[in-house]
Design a protein around this ligand. Structure first.
Ligand code: BTN
Length: 260
């Protein structure tokens, strides 16, 4: 039996629902900077997130009332800053598992943590950590999932998808959030107990374009590559014409496959 300190659900037990906010990550981070203690596992969700933030200063658009936009507070002090990718893998896999229950096959994780259904992005994650010396003090895990949105703005038409587009029906947002929280909790307790065995292999099995020779963009140039591994620190390894190359986030760009 696993030795979990928490026997009841703690992820999402403290749930704050906001009708509108600029960004749930910003809101949670400002709560953490106040003197009032915030319980680990606190989730902030917003019906309308009007200035959502994405990776590398991008903007996360979500039609109000139709999608999941939430942030979760975790304190993985059992991990060293250099081990943060363990948390990234655990949460990405947990997200995939909870969505798979709805969508079935077709989901994958586009390195490092985008959630894809076939060739469209249906979810993204923005993890913002605060370090204190060589320990992780806090992690704000912001998650956006396109759930019931049916129409996307022109620039996203080819790249974004939603669960509604897959199932052709609406999904209850609160129920889906509860499912996701319980999967994240299970995954988190596992890594907190030091059980990472098989995590990287599981992550690789779910990885978008893993072991597939296809085109990427590197420094503005199109190259052919095949993803063959992701290191413990989360670097992407790719077999290319010039040998095996290792990439950090944004050093390599995925190219959308051509429509057949
Ligand atoms: C990405 O793929 O670029 C990351 C998107 C992360 C979006 C979520 S929505 C909830 C949380 N609040 C934010 O401002 N961003 C994250």
């Amino acid at each position: 039996m696993q030795n979990n300190t928490f026997s009841t659900l703690f992820v999402g037990q403290n749930l704050i629902k906001l009708s509108a906010v600029d960004s749930t990550n910003n809101f949670l981070k400002s709560m953490l900077s106040n003197s009032e203690p915030v319980p680990e596992g606190t989730v902030i969700m917003a019906e309308n997130q009007y200035q959502g933030r994405g990776q590398l200063e991008s903007t996360w658009h979500a039609e109000p009332g139709k999608n999941l936009t939430f942030s979760l507070y975790l304190k993985p002090s059992f991990l060293l800053p250099a081990e943060q990718f363990i948390l990234n893998m655990a949460v990405s896999l947990a997200l995939c598992k909870s969505l798979q229950e709805l969508t079935g096959d077709g989901l994958s994780i586009k390195w490092p943590n985008d959630i894809y259904f076939q060739d469209k992005k249906i979810g993204g994650m923005l993890i913002e950590s605060t370090l204190s010396g060589n320990t992780i003090k806090s992690c704000v895990i912001g998650i956006g999932i396109n759930v019931n949105q049916q129409v996307f703005e022109a620039g996203l038409l080819d790249s974004a998808g939603s669960i509604h587009q897959i199932l052709h029906r609406d999904v209850n947002l609160v129920e889906l959030l509860a499912q996701i929280c319980s999967q994240i909790e299970a995954a988190y307790l596992k890594i907190r107990n030091g059980n990472y065995e098989g995590l990287r292999e599981e992550y690789l099995e779910q990885l978008y374009q893993f072991n597939l020779k296809t085109k990427y963009r590197q420094n503005g140039e199109i190259i052919e590559g095949e993803i063959i591994d992701v290191s413990e620190r989360g670097l992407l390894s790719m077999k290319t014409r010039d040998g095996i190359m290792t990439y950090n986030f944004k050093e390599i760009e995925f190219i959308k496959p051509q429509k057949k």
